[in-house]
Ligand binder design. Structure first.
Ligand code: SF4
Length: 443
């Protein structure tokens, strides 16, 4: 029997959390606004929200981890302790903590509480992992800067310690949050949860060869940087497109191809980053990894070579990003700072289902991207993705429409013939559905 790793998804708010669970996450993580590294855009505003989240997730037989991973200064110690004691009453399945002082304190005040060591603690070797295990840490979220071989060795040398690896999402251009870029550019401290993602933002180059400081002019043509002390090094191009330069913006991590090896290596939890991403993005990404993990487990159990399902790859083709890379898992230089925005390859979401009436196959939808009668659509639900044909579109007034426009509500009536392919669609599943428009096929 092969142990299936946990699929751990971000929960930016209660709404997103429900989609993550519906699409196959085994566990979610959510933060206390003031004490996790997502102080902005955090939908869990108070203890009541967290209590509702814990209760919902436990009701589905899944796990809820509370992220409490700021690196507190003196003035934050007491408020943080108070907040943690209150949060413990909600009985989350674990606390994700980064600060060693707080790990020690939690072991004393609540020895039963499962502690997971945050990625912010930058665990990069087996000796450090053993150190934390001896202090009572149940799980370590490994540094994102590790190669696959290093991860497997840490597991081999610490078989009884749970190890969590990031498999998907945005990454820092510095060592997982140990970065002052945001503090420098916008005075927002990354280690207090206030990073403004300075490394991922566009910049525009200006030259100044006038007599005044204010004599800036926009730089024209190519621009290169070279170290003056190392003239033998090739100049580094600062590419600039119409949107500016994204010199510091890393591609996004996508470890789909590494899933079979991580499953075979006995890793315990696969983590997806992105508490602020849309429910559509979250649903596709969770779906992709759910299928990849399940396929790997099945293959290992049957002794066949594990492969990433084509449908997992296809799901990735339906989401936008900065371009994907396997991170440091496959080698030392994974990042490509020239990449800016890469649009979804296979298609886009056109509508999110709000209500579904199985009696006549009609769905009330929130339109995300314009689509027309006659477009090739697929219905995506937690049960899978099936082609569907649309009989009728209705606009928000209930009138027959040829085309629905973003930002409005409308109604999609599926035609009977195509609808038979999703005849087993449950109401519960349809509630989390999307209509997706195919463009090109990803090979
Ligand atoms: S600025 Fe970029 S590298 Fe620095 S903490 Fe924020 S996301 Fe990470």
């Amino acid at each position: 029997m092969v142990k299936a790793p946990e699929l751990l998804a971000p929960a930016g708010d209660l709404f997103r959390m429900k989609y993550a669970i519906a699409y196959g996450a085994d566990a979610v993580y959510a933060g206390q606004p003031a004490f996790s590294l997502r102080s902005r855009e955090n939908g869990f505003k108070n203890l009541d929200d967290l209590a509702e989240g814990v209760s919902y997730v436990h009701g589905k037989g899944k796990k809820f981890y509370l992220t409490s991973n700021v690196i507190p200064r003196n003035t934050k110690v007491e408020p943080f302790q108070k907040a943690l004691l209150a949060a413990l009453e909600l009985k989350p399945d674990a606390l994700i903590v980064a600060d060693p002082g707080f790990v020690g304190w939690l072991r004393k005040v609540s020895s039963q509480t499962e502690v997971h060591l945050s990625v912010q603690a930058n665990t990069t070797n087996y000796l450090t992992a053993s150190f934390w295990r001896e202090l009572g840490v149940r799980r370590i979220i490994l540094s994102r800067e590790l190669r696959l071989s290093e991860i497997l060795e840490i597991k081999e040398r610490n078989p009884d310690l749970e190890l969590e690896v990031f498999v998907h999402g945005a990454v820092c251009m510095a060592m997982s949050g140990r970065c002052m870029l945001s503090n420098w550019v916008t005075h927002r401290d990354a280690n207090q949860g206030a990073c403004d993602n300075s490394c991922r933002m566009p910049y525009r180059l200006y030259a100044n060869d006038g007599p005044q400081c204010a004599d800036y002019r926009e730089h024209q043509g190519d621009f290169f940087l070279q170290r003056t002390d190392r003239p033998e090094l090739a100049p580094v191009a600062l590419d600039e497109d119409t949107w500016g330069t994204y010199f510091m913006s890393s591609r996004d991590l996508c470890a789909l191809d590494v899933v079979p090896e991580l499953v075979a290596g006995g890793l315990d939890s696969f983590k997806i980053e992105g508490r602020t991403r849309s429910v559509y993005y979250l649903s596709q990404v969770v779906r992709a990894y759910r299928m990849a993990i399940d396929a790997s487990v099945r293959a290992l159990e049957s002794g066949t070579p594990p492969e990433v399902p084509q449908e997992s790859r296809r799901a990735m083709g339906f989401v936008d990003g900065r371009g994907f890379m396997p991170g440091f898992l496959r080698g030392p230089l994974p990042q490509n700072y020239e990449s800016t925005h890469v649009a979804a390859e296979s298609g886009c979401v056109c509508a999110q289902i709000l209500d579904y009436d199985p009696a006549n196959g009609s769905c009330r939808v929130n339109v995300k991207n314009a689509f027309s009668l006659g477009d090739e659509l697929e219905l995506m639900t937690p049960q899978g993705m099936v082609p569907c044909s649309v009989e009728r579109l209705e606009d928000f007034r209930g009138g027959v429409a040829e085309r629905l426009h973003p930002g409005t509500e409308g109604c999609v009536v599926l035609s009977g013939g195509a609808f038979t392919s999703c005849e087993n669609l449950s109401l519960e599943s349809a509630k989390f559905g999307f209509f997706v428009k195919r463009t090109t096929q990803k090979s």
